[in-house]
Design a protein around this ligand. Sequence first.
Ligand code: PA5
Length: 471
Amino acid sequence: MGTVKNNTSKTGLRITLDFNNLMAESAQGEGLTERELSGTAERARQILQEMQERRAQGQLPFMDLPYQRGMVKEIKEYARTVQGKYTDLVILGIGGSALGGITLHHALHPPFYNLLPPGERKGCPRIFFAENIDPDGFHGLLDILEVRTTLFHVISKSGETAETMAQFLIVKDLLVKKLGKKRSRENLLITTDAASGWLRQICRSEGLADFTVPQGVGGRFSVFTPVGLLPAALTGIDCEGLLSGARFMDGLCKRDDVWKNPAALLAAALYLLDVRRGKRMVVMMPYCDALKDLAYWFRQLWAESLGKKDEVGPTPINALGVTDQHSQLQLYMEGPLDKVIIFIAVKQYQKTLPIPRAYPGLEGLRYLGGHTLNELIAAERMATEYSLTKNRRVNCTVTLPELNAFTLGQLLYLLETATVFAGSLYQVNPFDQPGVEEGKKLTYGIMGRKGYGVKKREIKEGGRKFKKYII
Ligand code: PA5
């Protein structure tokens, strides 16, 4: 089994968006009419034009990332120089500084990549994402590593996120104790802002290997920067294929006709279904284990970009087919009519797994024999799609002809562009997250950071609890 699923040819590898079941013909009163969607055509054209203008002025740098060939070259060069040097790669980063890398890893490496013998990983290190700061979780990870042969890649755009910096301090201390100050540098790699932040200062003063998060690209839009691409390149993923897919999708997303532009269509339909039909929740449900984390990545992208002040914003939910047919589907099928489901389908899986014929006397098993797991998963997706639609539950399907770097690049770029487009429809800034700032300041206060004493007092007084309500 190869470790990397390669981009083969472009044509025929275009992902498709089937939005039949978002429309009134299929989902009756719950779907959109052609008239409603056409009604957004002019607004869509304006938004697309504004996006291209802002892009030309350098205000939407995430859109141009797929064209940064120099950046990929640099990343690949670094990966080449450290090839075979480390047994393990650990990413210290959280939120947008982790989710892109996690998505690429699970989508484009074979399942159970870390358990493969080194030869099957083509000399690439195992990879771990230490996103959370659960002390047991982080300790557990450090326990299983041979830190001397581990590369710790610290990723933080701001260079001051408490979680990442705390992890960094723990790791740094460990490395210095094991390897000494000088030698410990070889096990650290930093990706942060070019100029600002504490991490950049440390990086400069200690001469650590480093990469830069491009100016104006926030965490959740950073998958095509060293944030996502460096861990990918270090573990042998086809970065060029990803960017090539993203560029291909960029071409489709420039079309000024809402009916032909997948990002505009998806964003406009989800927006209209929210504000006109009360579909406040968007469920992303890939029928593919490797894309499970894509739904987590999308959840952050959609939530943090569109959920803003004055109670604006749809709620994204992640699910996995077929697993969650046995978990959440009952709610989607018969519960409130407040959801849109985005299925992600893969036409051609990497493997075909036949189901053996057996137990001819048992009708409940006999029908499975002679089919494949591929047929079963496709049948279950089709059945779920149809029964949801029959129950007036709006849904659409994005199909990847196969999962590889090129098709994943398309999908990621499509979802990023659709999110920014939706930001214009909701009239919010998709690139900020002021709502999470308050929690950070209160944390600083509790932890005794200089200048945040007021916050410490505030939470001490305002956060009082009544014993009578704790049982
Ligand atoms: O998408 C975002 O902007 C956030 O999720 C950030 O990525 C996250 O808060 C981590 O920030 P930083 O990269 O500055 O450590």
